[in-house]
Design a protein. Sequence first.
Length: 100
Amino acid sequence: MLSTKLKIAVGMPILSVMLGGMLVCLTWAADQPGRTEARKDAPGISADQFDSLRELIKPRPGGFNDLPWMTDLWEARKKAAAEGKPLLVWVGDGHPLGWT
């Protein structure tokens, strides 16, 4: 009983200091003066520049989706060994957007 009360008595001030420090850091981050001014000064692009940039990065036929991907690793390894080519192994782990 005494050890539980002691843990609470020691833990509460530590928790209060940690939460207070976190709030101070969040306040400092929100009040940075140069942060919003940099966005106002950033140059924009015109509509014709946007269209040319969009055409530049737009995927074209014959790219990634047209490759003959294999889903069986063993079969892909045998085929690569027979043709003397390397393997590209794409392994995903966790959420597709990287939220792991």
